[in-house]
Structures are given as structure tokens and as C-alpha cells.
Design a protein around this ligand. Structure first.
Ligand SMILES: [Cu+2]
Length: 170
């Protein structure tokens, strides 16, 4: 079998491209910590408000401290339960002190919403009847301040008013 020079060039080019794409994928997964959001549990949408108590807590309760009604996790690992409903988020102000890793558990009580923290890689669809879970490795250079949480799925006439604030403290 004769393999022409041009064929060899293309074969190496395609092989090289594949290696580059796989390396980019590996870098995104392990280097940047990007993961696909996924739904882990089902929950009856009508009972979501009772079963998924909205609020901030620590992954490890032993490192918890409450300062001025704000939960402070000494190891920087939080979990945050969020309820999405037309046209608000509960809680609509999330205060995290020096977060390293935040696990969001989010569900909707009515229609499909989209949970996005502007300027970060946190972006997950929220379906009624399911709990969406996403773990956010907070960049170490994340500046303290207020970040906007928006709904990025059109959910009705008041959609544009559906936002919350994530406050990062150091
Ligand atoms: Cu919405």
C-alpha cells in the first residue's frame, strides 16, 4: 500500500489536532476544575420549599462559626441551597467569607430557570422536580465584592427582575 506524502501530512495534522484537543479538555477538567452541571436528585416541585431549606452552611459542620448572623466556614468549603421561583431567588443575598469551594444545590418551585453567577463559570439550568448540583472552585484571585446572580432562562413576564447578590468577603 502506498501512502502519499500529502496523506501522511494530513494524517499527522489530524493526529496532532486530536492530541491538542484532548490536552485542552484535560486542562479544562483538571487544571481549571470545569465540570458539567448535573441533576442528582428528584424532589417534588410543590414540596421543594419545605424539603430544600434555602441558605448557606458548611460542608463540615465542625468548622462552622456564626458572626453577625453570617455563616463562616473556617476551611472555606460551603454548601448553599437555593430555591428558584418566579421572580426571585431564595436566599437573594448570599454572603461567603473567603470561600474556597462552594457546592450549590438548586431547585425550582415552578418553571425552568437558569442560575448564573455573572463573570464566573457557574451556570446551571434549574428544573422543577430536580435538584441541580454544581461545585464551584472559587478562583484564589477572586476579588471581594458583590457579584450578580441572574436567571438566564426566560421564565415569564418578570424575568428581568430575577436576580440576587453574591457577596464575597475576605
Ligand atoms: Cu427565572
Amino acid at each position: 500500500m502506498t501512502v502519499h506524502r500529502e496523506e501522511k501530512i494530513w494524517a499527522f495534522f489530524v493526529l496532532g489536532l486530536t492530541v491538542v484537543f484532548l490536552a485542552a479538555l484535560a486542562y479544562a477538567a483538571w487544571g481549571l476544575g470545569l465540570t458539567t452541571p448535573y441533576t442528582v436528585e428528584r424532589i417534588p416541585a410543590q414540596k421543594a420549599a419545605q424539603e430544600l431549606k434555602p441558605g448557606v452552611d458548611c460542608v463540615n459542620p465542625n468548622v462552622k462559626q456564626i458572626v453577625n448572623n453570617v455563616v463562616v466556614c473556617q476551611d472555606g468549603r460551603y454548601y448553599v441551597n437555593v430555591l428558584a421561583m418566579r421572580f426571585t431567588w431564595l436566599p437573594n443575598r448570599i454572603v461567603l467569607t473567603d470561600p474556597k469551594e462552594v457546592k450549590f444545590r438548586i431547585t425550582s418551585t415552578d418553571v425552568i430557570h437558569g442560575f448564573e453567577i455573572a463573570g464566573t463559570n457557574v451556570n446551571v439550568m434549574v428544573f422543577p422536580g430536580y435538584i441541580a448540583e454544581i461545585t464551584w472552585k472559587v478562583p484564589s484571585n477572586m476579588a471581594p465584592g458583590n457579584y450578580l446572580i441572574i436567571c438566564n432562562e426566560y421564565c415569564g413576564a418578570g424575568h428581568q427582575n430575577m436576580y440576587a447578590i453574591l457577596e464575597i468577603r475576605k
